[in-house]
Ligand binder design. Structure first.
Ligand code: ADP
Ligand code: ZN
Length: 752
């Protein structure tokens, strides 16, 4: 038993601190303990054991006590996080804090009150994350006399399915749900049963178990290759490139099933768990309820409970967004990154990591199989396949009999407006919608801008109404009578006069989803129009809107990129993109890639059922390569063009990139700090011999955000010298920059 432990603390310092282990105690690697630190008490993690303090250390304090019964991080995870911290040049203590579930409430309180836990005293046991839920089951049909309308509704629901949870009925008919069920039970029409369920929106409804379908040839080849790697117990990384609807999910399910049969755990990462209720349902249908679903709607306690059950091996499959990468899945056999191209896998503040890249690392270290799946792989991943770092497996056709939809590119310079007179609903789109509605089919219209209008502009001076804290225009949200900042959430009533020149001449400029929804409802009345964007959809409601669509209660769905995600909506035959070149204007070298991905993904929502799909891209740039390639469903064409451009300009995957950013309240001071950092970078010989290049310093495209001025520079070049510069910059940042914040972002995604 060692007398000393090294503790990693959540402070911006790249070293651990040695503490003495109290008499009779011992702490495992990965355990969370309380320690004194500069008169404060901090929670830290045990990252090493030693017999004596390091040389030169004079005073060593004692660990105050353990904060939890079991170590938070198993050894595999701890070692992986250590490597991730090094890769991103981020202090390990902050990485561990970001990866761990939040500290239990009781522990924090005790720390604040100054009363450490006594040696060996565990925290009081916390309640299990289950609640009692009432389930109703239909009994044999009895004559139904004089039932109230709510009772009838409940029975009708029950006739559709095996059982009905009280919570679900309450969502439909309100607080009387419990009494309704009780009354039905009294009459002998239903039986009630109380069961413990996980308090979790994804487990509200019971689900029918399904049987795996017969795999098609391409799926079989892919599954066999991956299974082979699993059996060899060697790490292996795959890129599963399958067109939309080609059955990638089915491949994941099969490989995960094989891993489970071999007693190995699995991790599935998805871009945004709230947008993928269908995917979670498919996993539950295959594997039952033994899945840890990690998502932001989970309370701390539920998250902690899921974490605990994984660590104990009670659960062996975890599903979640980016941060589920850190789930303590036991004996990891497979990591799947679904929609690997999605930018949301990149964490953009604090510990800035890319969950896709780190999934490859974690799987490799654990001897696991890593599967990156996408219909539109990132340029980096496809290049990785070309270079042999990933093994490419393709699903070139849709799994069902349908072919990919026809795409019509509508030139907005020539088709100014259709019969409606609205300039962004051209003739071809208008007729397409009409035809779909007449045939009783559904439409999805994609516009990546929420609100009524993206700005309010003055007709006299031309200025837009801006956010007082950010250098962006306020978006009009007419339904709630407000202008809002989409970056800091500032809200105000629309001004009567222009804040710049005082003229009473303000008018909305541009089109947002709220206005589009309203316009379509008027133009195509009595068609039923619904909207899916951050304003209408939170957590559960996404599922509700998609359910309504599936049940044929909606004819036209309008939405932001939320509608482009992998939904399987068989009734949708027409997809319209209102402004296909919208995302091309971004000041970002990946703008073309992002546009191609959005367009290919949204087009993939059309024609997934019995009837063939049609797609309409409206654009001012009909000849842009990204738009042309998406219209032709031609990934390789896009890739080749994009790769040539990246090679010429030296952007990833040719050379690496690091973004250095600074922000502060004082504009000049912030600029000076970033200049200083840039001068440190310029001292590296790589900037003279051409192995490295620097772009900036310059104001960020959004120059001011939440009252802070933002500057940045980009470093590009070869991996090794780039890392040397980045490390020197990180060290300077650690020394402190006064009120200015700065960060080093390795492999940056956001250019804003
Ligand atoms: P992707 O994840 O590639 O978009 P999905 O896995 O959602 O594709 O599959 C698309 C549709 O095809 C789903 O409805 C799925 O149930 C069905 N499907 C997938 N594989 C098969 C198969 N081998 N046989 C029949 N149907 C399949
Ligand atoms: Zn703002």
């Amino acid at each position: 038993m060692s007398d000393f432990v090294d503790i990693s603390l959540p402070v911006p310092l790249r070293r651990a601190f040695t503490y003495r282990v109290p008499e009779g105690a011992s702490y495992a690697l990965g355990a969370r303990v309380a320690v004194p630190f500069h008169r404060r008490k901090l929670a830290g993690f045990v990252v090493g054991h030693r017999d004596a303090p390091p040389e030169g250390v004079e005073r060593v304090f004692r660990v105050a006590g353990p904060l939890e019964r079991e170590p938070v991080f198993p050894a595999e995870l701890l070692a992986f996080l250590d490597e991730a911290a090094r890769y991103y040049l981020h202090p390990l203590g902050e990485v561990l804090r970001a990866a761990a579930p939040a500290l239990p409430k009781g522990a924090m309180k005790r720390l604040r009150e100054g009363g450490f836990l006594e040696e060996g005293e565990a925290l009081p046991g916390r309640a299990v994350a289950t609640i009692l839920e009432l389930f109703a089951h239909r009994t044999e049909a009895l004559p139904e006399k004089r039932l109230g309308s709510r009772q009838k509704e409940a029975l009708a629901l029950l006739d559709e399915r095996r059982e009905l949870a009280l919570g679900e009925l309450r969502d439909r008919i309100g607080p009387s749900a419990r009494n309704v069920l009780k009354a039905l039970a009294k009459r002998g029409l239903v039986e009630l049963e109380e069961r413990e369920i996980l308090k979790d929106p994804f487990f509200g409804k019971p689900i029918e178990r399904d049987a795996p379908p017969e795999l098609n040839e391409a799926q079989r080849v892919a599954v066999e290759r991956m299974r082979g790697a699993l059996e060899a117990e060697e790490p292996a990384s795959f890129l599963l490139h399958g067109v939309t609807g080609s059955g990638k999910t089915e491949v994941y399910l099969h490989v995960i099933e094989s891993a489970r049969q071999r007693g190995r755990g699995a991790l599935l990462l998805v871009p945004e768990i709230a947008l993928t209720p269908q995917l979670v349902s498919r996993f539950r249908a295959r594997f039952g309820d033994g899945i840890a679903v990690l998502h932001s709607a989970l309370g701390e306690r539920e998250r902690d409970e899921a974490w605990r059950r994984l660590r104990r091996g009670e659960l062996t499959l975890a599903v979640g967004a980016r941060s589920a990468l850190f789930a303590p899945v036991p004996n990891l056999g497979v990591i799947v990154v679904d929609e690997e191209h999605d930018p949301s896998f990149k964490q953009e503040e604090g510990f800035r990591y890319h969950a896709r890249d780190m999934a490859l690392l974690r799987a490799h270290r654990a001897g696991a199989v890593c599967i990156l799946g996408s219909a539109t792989p990132s340029v980096e991943s496809f290049r990785g396949a070309e270079e042999g770092r990933l093994e490419l497996l393709s699903l070139p056709e849709r799994a069902t009999s349908q072919r990919l939809p026809e795409v019509e590119v509508v030139d907005l310079r020539r088709h100014r407006h259709g019969p409606s007179g609205h300039h962004l609903i051209t003739g071809p789109l208008h007729q397409g919608i009409e035809a779909a509605l007449e045939a009783g089919e559904q439409c999805i219209l994609f516009l990546n801008r929420r609100g009524f209008a993206p700005s309010q502009r003055c007709g006299s001076c031309g200025a837009a109404v801006e956010c007082p804290s950010c250098s962006v225009a306020l978006t009009e949200h007419r339904a709630v009578g407000e202008l809002r900042c989409h970056y800091c959430d500032f809200r105000r009533p629309p001004p009567a006069r222009c804040p710049t020149c005082g003229a009473a001449d303000l008018a909305p400029l541009g089109l947002g989803t709220e206005q589009l929804e309203q316009t379509l409802a008027e133009l195509f009345s009595p068609a039923r129009v619904a909207r899916l964007d951050r304003d209408t959809a939170t957590g559960k409601t996404v599922e509700a809107v998609l359910d309504r669509l599936r049940q044929g209660e909606v004819d036209i769905l309008v939405g932001t990129q939320m509608v482009t995600k992998g939904h399987d909506l068989p009734g949708v035959t027409l997809v319209g993109v209102i402004l296909a070149d919208q995302s091309l204007a971004f000041p970002d070298f990946r703008a073309g890639e992002r546009t191609f991905q959005l367009l290919a993904q949204v087009a993939g929502r059309a024609g997934r059922g019995e009837r063939p799909g049609r797609v309409c891209f409206q654009t001012f740039q009909p000849d842009h390569p990204a738009i042309r390639a998406a219209a032709a469903h031609d990934y390789e064409r896009f890739y080749m063009a994009e790769l040539a451009e990246r090679r010429e300009l030296g952007y990833p995957p040719f050379g690496r990139m690091v973004a250095v950013r600074a922000d502060g309240v004082d504009e000049q001071r912030t600029r000076r700090v970033l200049e200083e950092l840039a001068s440190i970078a310029r001292r590296h010989p790589g900037l003279r011999d051409g192995t490295l290049s620097i772009q900036g310093p310059a104001p960020a495209p959004i120059a001011r955000l939440r009252n802070r001025w933002r500057f940045r520079f980009l470093l590009r070049g070869e991996r090794k010298p780039l890392r040397q510069v980045a490390a020197a910059l990180a060290a300077r940042i650690d020394e402190g920059l006064g009120p200015v914040r700065a960060s080093v972002d390795v492999d940056p995604v956001s250019m804003l």
